[in-house]
Design a protein around this ligand. Sequence first.
Ligand code: HEC
Length: 262
Amino acid sequence: MRRRRKIGALATLAALCLLSSCGQLEPEPPLDEEGEPIPMPDPHEEWLYFEEFAPEDEISIRPTIAITFNTYVNPSTFTSYAAARLTSRDIRNSGRVDYRMTRKQVLFRPNASLEPDLSYVLEWRANDVESVTGSPLHPFALLPRYTTNDELEMSPPLDRPNVQWEEVEELFDRHCNDCHGDSSWQLPELTRDGLVGTRSQQVESMLVEPFHPARSYLMHKILPDYPIRRFTEQPPPWSDAEPLSIEEIERIEHWIAAGAPR
Ligand code: HEC
């Protein structure tokens, strides 16, 4: 009796399915200009997209434009010299970009000065850029249009501050060494040589890879919302150690980008 009721229920479900044509609930994938399907991220993954541009509408004739993404990008999915350019009809100004991981930002500065009082469009040319979890760039991401104003100050080159070891050592002493400086914890020592020469005990990466903050596991552990790491962010939220500020995290990034000097 009970069995028959179950079969009945299944039949009703199948009929409902037919009526609402179950098979087509999945939406058609979006197509690109050539009619090819655009790659979609896994349903549980986010798209990569541009969250913010600074400045927003007026730029100097030698601007630096900060493009902020919604998440961390994988810098090996674009080249620094071909990722972006500013275009005004047939005038094209390419330049260099620099990935500032802590801010989820790519800074772009054209190689040569722009023309005053012209309208420029920012073009993002590295369409294969991916997030660190492999999400592709949203195909309909909007890019800003600018007007140049030669009364605005020209921006300096994209150099980073040259952060020395003492300036990061001071942070580790203040926020980390209560635990990492105590050998009974058996944690990696946060010394310059300890960080640069040591493979993580948790993943297959070096704690610090000089010149490459994005590949350094230390960064993955101290950025609270970094999506890939084992165990918790550092300092651990279960401890009463004072968290690092975003400026302090960025100081550590600059030190690694400077080659992790002694
Ligand atoms: C309350 C003690 C404590 C404090 C403070 C602390 N850590 Fe840790 N740290 C740990 C423990 C425990 C682990 C291992 C478990 C984990 O990763 O969450 C660890 C793991 C790490 C790892 C991963 C090591 C590896 O082999 O992969 C790094 C890197 C790290 N900490 C850096 C820091 C930094 C930088 C700070 C300061 C900003 C800090 N920690 C503050 C206890 C601490």
